[in-house]
Design a protein around this ligand. Sequence first.
Ligand code: BGN
Length: 348
Amino acid sequence: MDPRSSCSLLYRTCSLVVVLCALHISIMLVFCLRDTGTESDHAHRHRHVHRIPQPRGASVRMNTRIATTVATTTDQQELERCPEVSPLLVGAVRVDFSQKVNLTEVKHNPQLSDGGRYKPRECVSLHKVAIIIPFRNREQLLEYWLYNLHPVLQRQQLEYTVYVIQQDGEDTFNRAKLLNVGYIEALKNYDYECFVFSDVYLIPLDDRNLYHCFKQPRHLAVSMDKFGYRLPYNQYFGDACAMSKEQFLKINGFPNNYWGWGGEDDDIYNRLSFRGMSISRPDAVIGRCKVIRHERDRLNEPNPRRFDQIAHTRETMDSDGINSLSYRVVKIEKDKLFTRIIVDIGKP
Ligand code: BGN
């Protein structure tokens, strides 16, 4: 073969190889760029759906499977703190005690676990509250309370458990001692920072009446229908209040020796004032509450000793309280909406 024509053939073959290589590289580049765009888009959309911040230091070019895992893990571990004011509050709420309530819907809530424990799904609650209800023979009132209060507490974005402390036997009722028992028993379950003590017949009429703790002990039942929507007297601290662990311990808890109706709430008020604390309250509109009508329990007659007892709070409060409490747990039952603790607290 003529050496010139063989040179030209070699030259053409090499040119073809170079063109083919360039074509191959271009096609690869196009596919690469398209894939990168799709992946980061997908990862971004995925993060948006889970509403979590983008993980720090994570590359945008992670593949879809990794993105899902990171998003799910972060979702559980890095849930944001709830805001100071819950966006779920609606203000005034209507209550109706004329018909029997159906608790099915209240129970059908995936965020509620047995024993009446609730944790918001959307954020980490700022308030871990044990709700303590002193109780005996008031099943229907309890149903109304659970029906009305669970939704309110949930809109307030509280992490809470409802404890119903039921006095066993037929001896005279002792509200304050049952509240002390509730404090101790709740702390056996969980490290609560805040305790709300509420009578079972009391229903708030506004969900801005916040069932959590404040810098000062909080009185919640400030504007009740039974008192014409005002305080019966300035020092009134009855029906429902909230106290932090620290506030509660500062007054040695509640008195154990008020058997029967009346006076124990005044004793608690005295304790707070002797320890230099003042009372915090919502205003008279937000603090509106309704009492579910009920008969006075025959085993809760007015305590004849109460006048004398409240005159001596200063001398008795250091030895009568959470430091002198004794009782025996008879039974603990876990309902979907509350934990019932039946206790023997003795007799007068
Ligand atoms: C008060 C009671 C409170 C009760 C309120 C409202 C007493 C102590 C002797 C004066 N105090 O009179 O316990 O919560 O009424 O009903 O009885």
